[in-house]
Design a protein around this ligand. Structure first.
Ligand SMILES: [Ca+2]
Ligand SMILES: [Ca+2]
Ligand SMILES: [Ca+2]
Ligand SMILES: [Ca+2]
Length: 429
């Protein structure tokens, strides 16, 4: 059971999203649909879908090889839950497994995408790597413990995939422990264990110990290669600082050894608690990302320059205090870019997420917002307080059927222990 002090009704949020048309920037022109072409699920033509697909790639993810499922499926599988109830994870009370999720691409090379899941309350925190089967079941998993420098805990609060940073064929990840102001790059082996780690937060300021001074890494997002040097770059959101610094985010330009080549700092005037990579909505070659601000509760789309500074922002939505958001490059399998946005503070506390299509200027296309109350809409699979929607990751078409899949965290799930947490894998339809 997750106790939330912030009650936000779904109807309020959806109403807010539906009216979220105020713009902080001039819209960017978009290719007009061709007359006579068949319209897709969102009223888009085939031409515009193909145009969009050519520009949108999953953020920070190495595209997996396209292989048929090893065991052909006769029908789409059911929503799949990963928790103490379905696997021997030994998650303790308050583990908050599913506070963060990241699609890794295909780490082990079996043709199926794999998944990382953070559990910041699992001791000092942990990140687990799950090797998935195409029927959404788990073939194997590994546990990455909090690094030895971790003092207070909360490792795994945020996690994101960096693609293959060092070029050894295995996806690498970033993970944070904002309580100790730590952000790490972990170079993974294809078996899901850690080859080497670099604490990149040290590049920002001298290390701080034993207290929540700056909350480095409240949110992490990989945007792919921002500065066009061929190496993946990273957005690090920082919460409220007791050292008098403004809440802010850093665009950290990385080297292949995980060290920081340079960074750009942007003050928010609020706390940047969550962020998520979107696609390259305006086609300038740099992916956009979304970040929530705890002061005005607005989520904005940020357009960056190649040096990591902000070129433009656009109001995207208003939502609850800490709102996970992730880009969905082919919403409903249509090729239309959109977002999935977690809504844990529903009236029942079961949780939900919403989907919406995005325009080239980084805003929500009017009328496109859809609410998904549970895995594939199955609120009956959840219990009050599960907080489904705690985190989101786009998995692509995992099972070979038409719809794309997402992984959704539910940190309040009480399987085996109170708030041990869970992650659901299901299609968006
Ligand atoms: Ca795999
Ligand atoms: Ca690698
Ligand atoms: Ca780069
Ligand atoms: Ca762009």
């Amino acid at each position: 059971m997750l106790c939330s002090s912030i009650a936000v009704s779904v109807s309020w949020l959806v109403g807010t999203l539906g009216s979220a048309q105020q713009s902080e920037s001039k819209p960017v022109s978009r290719e007009a649909p061709r007359a006579g072409a068949p319209a897709g699920p969102l009223g888009l033509t085939q031409a515009s879908v193909l145009h969009t697909l050519a520009r949108i790639m999953p953020p920070g993810v190495t595209p997996p090889r396209v292989l048929p499922p090893s065991v052909p499926l006769s029908r789409p599988p059911r929503p799949r839950k990963i928790s103490n109830a379905t696997m021997a994870l030994n998650l303790p009370q308050g583990a908050w497994f599913g506070h963060s999720v990241a699609a890794l691409g295909d780490l082990d090379g079996d043709g199926v995408r794999d998944l990382a899941v953070g559990a910041p309350g699992d001791g000092l925190g942990s990140v687990r790597v799950f090797f998935l089967n195409s029927d959404r079941s788990v073939r194997a998993h590994t546990r990455i413990d909090a690094p030895s420098s971790t003092f207070s805990g909360s490792y795994g609060h945020a996690v994101c995939a960096l693609g293959d940073l060092n070029g050894d064929g295995a996806t690498d990840i970033a993970a944070s422990n904002p309580v100790d102001c730590e952000v790490f790059v972990h170079f993974l082996r294809t078996d899901g264990t850690v080859l080497a780690s670099v604490r990149i937060s040290d590049a920002l300021e001298p290390p701080v110990f034993g207290g929540a001074l700056d909350s480095y890494g409240e949110g992490l997002a990989s945007l792919g290669d921002v500065d066009a040097d061929g190496v993946t770059d990273l957005v690090v959101a920082c919460g409220v600082g007791s050292d008098g610094e403004d809440p802010r985010f850093y665009v950290m330009r990385l080297r292949t050894d995980g060290s920081v080549k340079g960074y750009a700092r942007t003050s928010l005037g609020g706390t940047g608690l969550t962020c998520g990579a979107l696609g390259d909505l305006d086609g300038d070659g740099i992916r956009e990302f979304a970040m929530g601000n705890s002061i005005d509760r607005n989520i904005r789309t940020y357009f960056l320059r190649a040096n990591g500074t902000v070129r433009m922002t656009r109001f995207l939505a208003t939502a609850q205090y800490s709102t996970p958001i992730v880009g969905v490059p082919d919403l409903f399998g249509s090729g239309q870019p959109g977002w999935a946005l977690g809504i844990t503070a529903t009236a029942s506390g079961r949780g939900a997420y919403s989907l919406a299509a995005l325009d080239a200027a980084g805003g929500v296309i009017p009328g496109s917002v859809v609410l998904v109350p549970g895995p594939e809409g199955r609120s009956d699979l959840l219990h009050p307080g599960d907080a489904f929607g705690s985190s989101l990751a786009y998995l692509g078409n995992l099972d070979g059927f038409g719809a794309v899949e997402v992984a959704v965290g539910a940190i309040g799930t009480d399987d085996g222990a109170l708030s041990s947490g869970a992650v659901w894998i299901g299609a968006i339809r």
